[in-house]
Design a protein around this ligand. Structure first.
Ligand SMILES: Nc1ncnc2c1ncn2[C@@H]1O[C@H](COP(=O)(O)OP(=O)(O)OP(=O)(O)O)[C@@H](O)[C@H]1O
Ligand SMILES: [Mg+2]
Length: 248
């Protein structure tokens, strides 16, 4: 099976909405790749991620992670997948270390392993001197990095990140991107969303552009740029396919 993620013909319309969030979305992520899920505001990126991690149930279609059905084989998927949500999912009044200990225990990881993994990840993401500080006192960039650590305690082979670099400074962004590249180089798969085309161009093997709940175009950033007339950068390709109108 060459795919880590297989999304087939997903449909989702939230209650009370006039238009569907996903309108027949199909998307495939090969194993051991970094894939960027790109799209304007409201394109359906977070909805797709929420379906992959079983938080949202689709109206129609299927989503699989390493052949396991999302929303059904929850335990198996949870063991092999780390999810970094768009919002910071940590307790503000607990320290980083307390958060990781709590989350690690929820995953059934033993104390020694939680300590080892937390220390290694805190060091790699430049937070080792702040492990005993409360998350509420972290800067935005520190919170984003801590959010990533929380998703990796159980050593998943697939990491799904929803805008992991939103609102962070240049230094934090560079650290996060280097970390993701290194994690990928150890044979892991990454699906991540971003609004920064230059960033996606820099780290992704492939990108998938979606809009209004549908797949629009995909491929390696280089390939997309050279195959789309008049485009010099991924941002040109993105605008070529999604247009210039601002989304509500
Ligand atoms: N809980 C919800 N209830 C109703 N509508 C929702 C809900 N969540 C998302 N939507 C709508 O579904 C559509 C897709 O939203 P989604 O959050 O998946 O987009 P996105 O691509 O992640 O956007 P962004 O780049 O702004 O994060 C949007 O029109 C949004 O308003
Ligand atoms: Mg989103």
């Amino acid at each position: 099976m060459p795919f880590a993620i297989e999304i087939h013909d997903l449909h989702k319309q939230y209650k009370g909405s006039w238009s569907p969030a996903l309108d027949g979305l199909s998307l495939y992520v090969k194993k051991n790749q970094i894939v960027g899920l790109l799209g304007p505001n409201g394109a359906g990126k977070t909805t797709s991620i929420n379906i992959l991690c079983g938080l949202v149930e689709p109206d129609e279609g299927s989503a699989k992670i390493y052949g396991h059905n999302c929303g059904k084989d929850t335990l198996a998927i949870r063991g092999m997948t780390g999810v970094v949500p768009q919002q910071i999912a940590l307790f503000a009044n607990l320290t980083a270390w307390e958060n990781f200990y709590y989350i690690g225990r929820l995953y059934g990881i033993d104390d020694k392993k939680i300590r080892e993994r937390s220390n290694m990840l805190l060091e790699r993401l430049g937070l080792d001197k702040h492990a005993d500080k409360r998350i509420g006192r972290y800067s935005g960039g520190m919170k984003r990095r801590a959010n990533i650590i929380a998703s990796l305690l159980h050593e998943p082979r697939l990491l799904i990140l929803d805008e992991p670099t939103a609102g962070v400074d240049v230094q934090s962004r560079a650290m996060i991107l280097n970390f993701l590249k290194e994690y990928h180089s150890r044979g892991n798969t990454i699906l991540y969303t971003s609004h920064l085309m230059e960033e996606a161009e820099q780290i992704c093997d492939e990108v998938a552009i979606i809009d209004e709940g549908k797949f629009v175009v995909g491929g390696s950033p280089k390939e997309l740029v050279s195959n789309t007339a008049g485009c010099r950068r991924l941002e040109d390709v993105f605008l070529h396919y999604t247009g210039h109108s601002v989304r509500d």
